[in-house]
Structure formats: structure tokens, C-alpha cells
Design a protein around this ligand. Structure first.
Ligand code: PMV
Length: 331
């Protein structure tokens, strides 16, 4: 243990092209299926963790404000797992996000990737390798496991804690893809991902989805490696709509799309048809549309989006880095 047990990590969120929706195990976040994502360069969480024998309980600060609700409870429960394997003491945790939380830009992904990396590094011991770090991040929030490595990442779903981990498929330089997030709403979602996973896991459509996924995953990986954007986009768009269908038709129903989301989807499909430009979309558990294109078309597509949705913020992401330690401590 070092004298000052402090470390800071920065992590990007990620957008899944093949989604994680439904779990085999809710304690360790073992998913029903493998998933594939890209790290989002502009959706970043920075977290500093200071372990201290002088603290009587954990303290969590988000954007400079002390948090005392369920979010801080979730962090303490997660830190308990780390304490079980390392040392028993409380921590002061400070985080800042570069983007609005709870808006379909999975903030829990960047949050738990940064938290796990900073918390373990702060003990001053050799960090586990990236595969083991992806397991640590996954125990906090499933999608966080895909934010440890950079670029394009696959989560091998597995069947237990040891067999469920992430690996990089291609680095960020492999393909200049863009995810331009059209931020239509910053309201927190009515049904949390945790609840959504529970509903999805017993959904009658899930068996059919699981039967199709191995072929879909293989086809998506092929398109990614070959940088075949049209094949890639068609798979990703179909996948997004299938998962939304499961969300919408669950009990209870999670209708994350807003009228503006549907309006944008119709406009995007019409624009793709009339302009001949390859542009596709995906959605997460939220109303914001993730517009996907290649870098060479991004300028025209962003200009079109600005005209179409002049009041919406656009978050223009490139393939992002993995989770990194930093000396720019927040506390
Ligand atoms: O990591 P969670 O429990 O917040 O689940 C996120 C699931 C989606 O973002 C909707 C899909 C995915 O694969 O990231």
C-alpha cells in the first residue's frame, strides 16, 4: 500500500451494435448473450478514488455535489466487492461526466469502468490485466466491461464470473466510424436498465432472439473487420429495432422512444433513400438517436441533422480510447 491511496481514471461510454439486454445472473451481471460495441470518444467520465482509514463511511461527489441517494448506495455496494478482495477501508469518490447522465448514453458504462480502475489502482498494487479489469467493471454494470479496452470491443457473455469478459476486436484506428448522438431528452428514464434486464429475461420473444444471435454476431464481426458499412448498418439497425420491440412489449412495457425519436427515424430513412448516403441508426434504453456513419460522410450528415433538429444537442463521437489512469486528480 502506498502512503496516499489515490488514483484517477478516465473512461468512455460505449454504444452497443449488438446489445446486452437480459441476464443469466443478476448478481455478477452475466448476460444472456455476447455483445459488440464501440467506445464513444466524447462521452467521458473521470473518477478519483481516495481510500482513507480516517473515513467512517464512503462519500460520493458527482460534478462537485455530494450524492446521498441510491447512486451512492450502489457505489458503496460495489466498493464492498473490491474491499472483500483488497483492504477494508472507506473511500471518497469524486466523478465528473462530460455528458448528461441517464439519457441513453450509457453513463453507467463509463462510470463503472472509471470507478473500478481508479479504485483498484488507488491501492497502489499492480493493476490486474485488461481482461480481469473487464470482469471488475462488469460486476458494477454489465456494459462497463466493454469500456475498459479501446475502439471496438466484444463482450464474451460466458456462463459465470470467470468466463464472462471483454476483448478488443479492432483498435480505434481500424475504422473511422462516427456515432452522432441526437440528444432529444435529458430526463432520467422511467424504467431503469436493471429493471429492463429483468423484464427482458422472461420475455417470450427472447428465445427466438437468442436463436438468431450467433449468426448475427458473426455477420456483424465480419462487416466490422471488412469495414463494410452497408452490411454493418443494416444489421445494427435491425438489432436496435428488435431490442426496442422487446422493451416495448415487455410486462411492464418500457417505451423509451419519444415521438421525436420516431420522427427522426422516418426522416433518416427517407434521407438515406433520397441522398444515397449510407447512414444508419441505433438506440439504447433511451429516446436519443445514435446516428451512425463513416467519417468521410460525417460533415454532410451532421449538417443535415442540424437543420432537421436545430434545438437538439449533437454529441459527435469517434471510436474512443479505453480506460486510462490520469494524474489530473479531482480531489
Ligand atoms: O450496463 P447496463 O445494465 O446499464 O445495461 C445497458 C444495456 C444497453 O445499454 C441498453 C445495451 C448495451 O449493450 O449497452
Amino acid at each position: 500500500m502506498s502512503d496516499l491511496m489515490r488514483a484517477t481514471a478516465t473512461a468512455c461510454s460505449n454504444i452497443a451494435f449488438i446489445k446486452y439486454w437480459g441476464k443469466q445472473d443478476f448478481d455478477s451481471n452475466i448476460p444472456l448473450n455476447d455483445s459488440i460495441s464501440m467506445c464513444l470518444s466524447e462521452a467521458v467520465t473521470t473518477t478519483t478514488v481516495v481510500w482513507s482509514p480516517d473515513l467512517s463511511q464512503d462519500e460520493f461527489y458527482l460534478d462537485g455535489e455530494r450524492v446521498l441517494d441510491d447512486r451512492s448506495l450502489r457505489i458503496s455496494r460495489y466498493l464492498d466487492r473490491i474491499r472483500d478482495q483488497y483492504y477494508r477501508m472507506s473511500a471518497r469518490v469524486a466523478s465528473v461526466n462530460s455528458f448528461p447522465a441517464g439519457t441513453g448514453i450509457a453513463s453507467s458504462a463509463s462510470a463503472f469502468a472509471a470507478l473500478s480502475t481508479a479504485a483498484i489502482a488507488a491501492f497502489g498494487e499492480d493493476s490486474p490485466d485488461l481482461t480481469e479489469m473487464s470482469r471488475w467493471a462488469r460486476r458494477g454494470s454489465g456494459s462497463a466491461s466493454r469500456s475498459i479496452e479501446s475502439g471496438y470491443v466484444e463482450w464474451v457473455g460466458g456462463h459465470d464470473d470467470a468466463s464472462s469478459y471483454c476483448r478488443q476486436l479492432c483498435g480505434p484506428e481500424h475504422w473511422d466510424l462516427r456515432d452522432i448522438v441526437v440528444v432529444l431528452s435529458t430526463k432520467p428514464k422511467a424504467i431503469s436498465s436493471t429493471e429492463g434486464h429483468r423484464i427482458a429475461s422472461v420475455h417470450p420473444f427472447m428465445e427466438a432472439r437468442q436463436a438468431e444471435l450467433p449468426a448475427r454476431l458473426a455477420a456483424l464481426k465480419g462487416a466490422l473487420v471488412a469495414r463494410d458499412f452497408v452490411t454493418f448498418g443494416e444489421i445494427v439497425e435491425h438489432e436496435a429495432m428488435e431490442v426496442q420491440a422487446i422493451m416495448m412489449s415487455g410486462r411492464p412495457s418500457a417505451l423509451y422512444m419519444q415521438p421525436e425519436t420516431i420522427g427522426l427515424i422516418h426522416a433518416l430513412r427517407a434521407f438515406r433513400e433520397s441522398s444515397g448516403l449510407p447512414v444508419y441508426f441505433t438506440l439504447d434504453a433511451g429516446p436519443n438517436l445514435h446516428v451512425l456513419c463513416e467519417g468521410r460522410h460525417a460533415h454532410r450528415i451532421e449538417a443535415w441533422l442540424k437543420k432537421l433538429a436545430p434545438t437538439a444537442d449533437l454529441l459527435h463521437n469517434r471510436p474512443g480510447p479505453g480506460t486510462l489512469l490520469s494524474d489530473a486528480h479531482l480531489i
